[in-house]
Design a protein around this ligand. Structure first.
Ligand SMILES: [Mn+2]
Length: 471
């Protein structure tokens, strides 16, 4: 595939091949006469090189994948061996690495537990890559729904904007329709219950899950909401409570040992496997009966160095020969994009403005110096004083603006980092006026950063029409 042209021969890093010029060729995408099975390896390599898929082909793949998902039950049964995967969140290069490490999908059974998009900047590519694998291995490659696979979340976070920038609203709607069709739970080896978030007070018999009408936007409460939103209670409190209000999510519950044990016992399960929460090691065993006990819940998180910031590991859970094991992996390098995919011109504006302001300031200062001193003019002393004050004010204002832009240019790296951490990407102006120490403080203070990020774990306030399902 031919790369982008380099007419001036001035590419700085020549060892990285330029992105392909054209979307993946139809003959390469669909090599066999069966036009429903894309060459997933060609898709992977093309996307990894930052190539694109034409809208026509993406739309076709979405239709074909949705048709498959629609036929799947709410609760999918898996035999072992099985690889269970947690949140991906648009981290394409980590997903590619994960597949390399955990096993060729033509020979490995996979279940992904949701949260494919939002936050990471390659959500579109993650979806294309994943459905190209799904279309090749419909029976051994499963994709469950996470709480981000809906309109409410993708609209509040980054994915909707990303799809519209890379394709359009029509493609976004088709992806959402596909999300509505995703199955919601899994059962591996009849013993491992798999879901994105957690359990529900309304969930008694696992088999009941198949009675839920899942083809809708994720409801604000009820069993489907809990399966996708609930969290296990912290170690120390797990024996104290059954279900308590989940304040961090602003919906659903935290669940404790007792209801987890009851669900496990009543359904002859071993444990509950879920994703949904970032973990330093990429996983967490919730051993509520002591350090050597078998965990009631296992959390798996598969987006290493989440948001390019958390420094966490990613992991997958492998079920084989009746045993579970963890495989951890580190983050992979990925192409760098400026926040909000701004272009280099927009990004460089502060540098330019700083220079312009500097010029204007020196003009003003010079003019102030050249002002005639008292006696040389007809103006009264008060007049002159007033004028001097005005000019002083203007120079001060310039100095402030200049200081802001100086900070923006000098600390551009730090500010980009900070922007990534502030949910709406807006940095308080005060911070820019205070300069480097204040910005450094804001970044270094891990607690503050986690506090800032905390609101991103919450269900967005915006209310949407949703049916409440009781089973
Ligand atoms: Mn989640």
């Amino acid at each position: 595939m031919e790369g982008l042209a380099d007419p001036f021969g001035d590419r700085v890093v020549n060892e990285i091949p330029p992105p392909p010029v054209l979307p993946l060729d139809e003959g390469i995408l669909y090599p066999s006469s069966d036009s429903k099975t894309p060459d997933w390896i060609a898709v992977r390599d093309h996307l990894a090189a930052e190539g694109t898929i034409s809208k026509e082909h993406f739309v076709k793949m979405l239709h074909d994948a949705t048709d498959i998902f629609k036929e799947e039950p709410n609760l999918i049964q898996f035999p072992e061996p099985l690889v269970m995967v947690g949140d991906i969140h648009g981290q394409l290069y980590d997903l590619i690495h994960l597949i390399e490490k955990a096993g060729d999908p033509s020979k490995t059974n996979y279940v992904f537990m949701g949260d494919y998009v939002d936050r990471g900047i390659f959500g579109v590519e993650v979806i294309i890559f994943m459905i190209s694998m799904k279309l090749n291995f419909p029976d051994s490659f499963a994709m469950l729904r996470g709480n981000h696979e809906c309109r409410n979340m993708t609209d509040h976070f980054t994915f909707r904007q990303e799809v519209i920038e890379k394709y359009d609203e029509e493609v976004y709607d088709l992806i959402m329709e596909m999300f509505d069709a995703l199955p919601i739970c899994g059962l591996a080896d009849k013993k491992y219950f798999i879901t994105h978030g957690g359990i529900s007070p309304e969930l008694k018999k696992i088999s009941k899950i198949n009675k839920i009408d899942r083809f809708l936007e994720i409801p604000m409460d009820g069993i489907m909401c809990d399966l996708m939103w609930a969290d296990p209670i912290d170690e120390k409190e797990a024996k104290k409570y059954d279900f308590i209000e989940n304040k961090e999510r602003d919906c659903s519950f935290y669940f404790g040992r007792k209801p987890a044990k009851k669900l496990i016992d009543d359904n002859n399960l071993m444990t509950i496997v879920r994703a949904h929460q970032v973990q330093v090691d990429g996983y967490k065993m919730h051993r509520w009966d002591g350090p050597s006990s078998f965990p009631y819940v296992i959390t798996i998180f598969s987006a290493p160095n989440y948001c390019d910031y958390y420094s966490n590991k990613g992991s997958v859970l492998i079920l084989e020969d009746g045993n579970v094991s963890i495989k951890q992996f580190d983050d992979s390098e990925h192409p760098y994009h400026l926040p909000d995919r701004i272009d280099i011109f927009t990004w460089s504006m502060p540098f330019l403005i700083e220079k312009v302001v500097q010029m204007m300031k020196s003009v003003y200062t010079k003019w102030q110096e050249d002002e005639p001193s008292d006696g040389e003019d007809f103006k009264s002393a008060t007049d002159l004083k007033e004028r001097a004050e005005k000019i002083k004010g203007k120079v001060k204002a310039f100095a402030r603006v200049q200081k802001m832009y100086k900070t923006l240019t000098e600390e551009s790296e730090l500010i980009l980092k900070l922007k990534g951490m502030v949910p709406d990407g807006k940095i308080p102006r005060g911070l820019l006026l205070e300069g480097r120490p204040a910005i450094k403080d804001a970044i270094m203070e891990f607690k503050r950063a986690k506090e800032l990020d905390k609101q991103n774990e919450m269900r967005p306030k915006k209310k949407r029409e949703a049916r409440v399902i009781r089973s």
